[in-house]
Design a protein around this ligand. Structure first.
Ligand SMILES: [Zn+2]
Length: 127
């Protein structure tokens, strides 16, 4: 008698389903520099902060380049003229004609945002 080979195992198809879960719960996941429009890292706290490239173009009202940095001991925001290292006694600056205000960021560093609404005159507010 011949030994019948009976191996009739039906193909067991394992269906692999790969679910890619991408967190799309935050629609505003893109943010743009209000000056040049380039992509910046979205920041809910600073929705209109100026990108670092534009901050580097910041000038005083008289057109001199200014930069802002954190104060050493008390934090805060210190402005200075780039060319002379003189203190720049304001937190306002101009970038491409847009009046911006620099302030200390919550997590360190400096955040520069356009004044909104724009100030009507040369009205200085000291806080
Ligand atoms: Zn920019």
């Amino acid at each position: 008698m011949a030994a019948g080979v009976a191996s009739a195992s039906s193909g067991n198809l394992l269906r692999l389903s790969v679910t890619v879960t991408v967190d799309m719960s935050n629609p505003p996941d893109s943010q743009h520099c209000p000056i040049c429009g380039s992509d910046v890292r979205p920041n809910a706290r600073y929705p209109a902060y100026v990108c670092s490239a534009c901050v580097r173009r910041a000038t005083a009202e008289d057109g001199r380049a200014v930069a802002f940095c954190n104060g050493s001991m008390f934090g805060g925001c210190i402005g200075k003229y780039v060319a002379t290292d003189e203190e720049y006694p304001s937190d306002l600056c101009f970038i491409d004609g847009v009046v911006c205000r620099a302030r200390e960021a919550r997590f360190g560093g400096i955040v520069v945002q356009p004044l909104d609404p724009p100030m009507p005159g040369a009205q200085e507010t000291h806080s």
